[in-house]
Design a protein around this ligand. Structure first.
Ligand code: COA
Length: 260
């Protein structure tokens, strides 16, 4: 697929999406959000794709936020829908039944941080910078930051970051639980590929069931979450890959998963 503001590459079972406006630090304009949505739909529909990695092009940025030129045009009539559109794209990402990894290679600010927060895991280069600096622009986070950052790092830390607009480095991000791990800038993508490829060796329906049940831990009460886990567990007990995985163990051989 050809895009103007992103690059979508298929690398075996992994789809790599690169945000590609390096001269604007990969700022998220309407075209980019539309194209990201289309790319995600492609990944969701692809039988081959088992995991997705999102990164930014250029050495400086993952994404430096919503495009401030487009943001500036908003008013009381349009602002709500401006936020809702970004939220919808990021929510479809968050609810993907295939794992999405953010490879954060530089600035992840405002909408860029919110994009990383919508991914299932975040890995960062040592020079990555995270923050929700919207208050510096006289606005609040609008692509889910108030909700996802609060759920991920807790209300005290999220409130501090959102109200001060402070930017934190990768070490601090890992300390507060915002990122999973730090890899050198040179190996970040390769390490993320390794993690994605490892996941791609597992039974795809067990991966998507795990994602859905984990999602329930974020969205539901514990009892609802337990029921969701039991439902997915039961469903997966009916799959060919479950029989294959358990039989392969008993026969002391490698399982051959087919996604069925
Ligand atoms: N929207 C639109 N353009 C952006 C942008 C954004 N969020 N972030 C950076 N850019 C553009 C700059 O305007 C500049 O374009 P130009 O060369 O045509 O003037 C280009 O990207 C490079 O940015 P620049 O500011 O020159 O780089 P820097 O290294 O000096 O600073 C940042 C980097 C990230 C500190 C700075 O760009 C910044 O503060 N960006 C905005 C971050 C933000 O507030 N995000 C939240 C938005 S809701």
């Amino acid at each position: 697929m050809n895009f103007e503001t992103i690059i979508l590459e298929e690398k075996g079972h992994i789809c790599l999406i690169t945000l590609n406006r390096p001269d604007k630090l990969n700022a998220l304009n309407a075209t980019l959000l539309n194209e990201l949505q289309k790319a995600l739909q492609f990944c969701a529909d692809s039988e081959k794709c088992r995991a997705i990695i999102i990164t930014g092009s250029g050495p400086k940025a993952f994404a430096a936020g919503a495009d401030i030129a487009q943001l500036h045009e908003q008013n009381a009539e349009t602002g709500g829908d401006f936020a809702r559109f970004g939220q919808a794209v990021f929510t479809s990402l968050e609810y993907m039944r295939k794992p999405v990894i953010a490879a954060v290679n530089g600035f992840a600010l405002g909408g860029g941080c919110e994009l990383a927060l919508s991914c299932h895991m975040r890995f960062a280069a040592p020079g990555a910078k995270f923050g929700q600096p919207e208050v510096n622009l006289g606005i609040i986070p609008g692509y889910g930051g108030t909700q996802r950052l609060t759920k991920l790092v807790g209300s005290a830390k999220a409130t501090e970051l959102i109200l001060t607009g402070n930017i934190i480095n990768a070490e601090e991000a890992i300390r507060i639980g915002l990122v999973n791990n730090i890899f050198t800038a040179e190996t970040l993508l390769e390490e993320c590929m390794n993690i994605a490829e490892l996941i791609a060796t597992k039974a795809p329906l067990a991966i998507s069931g795990s994602l859905a049940a984990i999602r329930s831990a974020i969205d539901c009460s514990t009892s609802e979450g337990m029921e969701s886990e039991a439902l997915h567990f039961g469903e997966i007990c009916g799959t060919e890959d479950f029989k294959e995985g358990t039989l392969a163990f008993l026969e002391k051989r490698q399982a051959n998963f087919k996604g069925l």
